[in-house]
Design a protein around this ligand. Structure first.
Ligand code: SAM
Length: 232
């Protein structure tokens, strides 16, 4: 049984896709996606030794070595341009996901859909997407085992249309903001609490220029999010 988090990622894979799952670890995602008829083949990419071996073992155990190719390498270095239609990157920080996409920019161009699940820093991923001609087409937020996860789905946008969002939409997600479900409200209430604690700590310390700037940025974010949560 796959986690609700990875199941949500898989649910956005277009039927019949050739998939690359980058940072696949145990390769649960591509195995599940194949066995449930989402994909016809996959590349499972891993940069680290242990996870790479565990992916190989899992794929062999599932008898899927013919359809899932486990490859060791950094980010998109494991695929050729045009080799896959869909890329999933799950369970990493948003900055790492954005860096992987940036480093493999040319290859990303040959893909139809990106499904990204940043554990933190989703706004960094949204920012990368909109500044590189990708259009967000769906978002999900979910809670599992006390953790809150976001899933972002993007396709190549119309090159004539600029995909700009307000700062606050990059931060919270345009679809998630509109939906504003209980998990969303919970996430941002917790985040505001956390920011308030940092602001209070900064208040107590001697105020350096840097500390002041950090405090102001946090206060601005608190204000932005409070407005979102107040919206009717
Ligand atoms: N995708 C799986 C999931 O969501 O359950 C595994 C997530 S695991 C926390 C992150 C994995 O990404 C690790 O196995 C790590 O080795 C791998 N990773 C980190 N940076 C990577 C990179 N630049 N290229 C490929 N894999 C990477």
């Amino acid at each position: 049984k796959l986690s609700k988090r990875l199941e949500t990622v898989v649910s956005f894979i277009p039927k019949g896709a050739r998939l690359a799952d980058i940072g696949s670890d145990h390769a649960y995602l591509p195995c599940y996606a194949y066995l449930h008829g989402y994909i016809v083949q996959a590349v499972a990419g891993e940069v680290a030794d242990g996870p790479f071996r565990s992916a190989e073992q899992q794929v062999t155990k599932a008898g899927l070595s013919d359809v899932i190719s486990v490859r060791k390498g950094d980010g998109l270095a494991v695929i050729e341009a045009g080799e896959v239609d869909c890329i999933t990157i799950a369970g990493m920080g948003g900055t790492l996901i954005a860096n992987i996409l940036e480093a493999g920019k040319q290859k990303v161009q040959t893909v139809k859909r990106l499904i990204l699940q940043p554990n933190v820093g989703a706004h960094v991923v949204r920012k990368w997407l909109v500044t590189n001609g990708w259009e967000l087409i769906a978002e999900r937020i979910l809670e599992e085992d006390g953790q809150i996860y976001e899933v972002l789905v993007a396709e190549k946008g119309n090159p004539l249309k600029p995909y700009r969002y307000f700062e606050v939409e990059l931060l919270v997600g345009p679809f998630l903001r509109t939906e504003r479900n209980d998990v969303f409200v919970k996430k941002w209430c917790k985040e505001i609490e956390h920011w308030r604690r940092i602001v209070a700590e900064l208040d107590e310390k001697a105020t350096t220029k840097e500390g002041m700037a950090k405090k102001e940025a946090l206060e601005r974010n608190i204000q932005l999010i409070e407005e979102v949560l107040r919206d009717e």
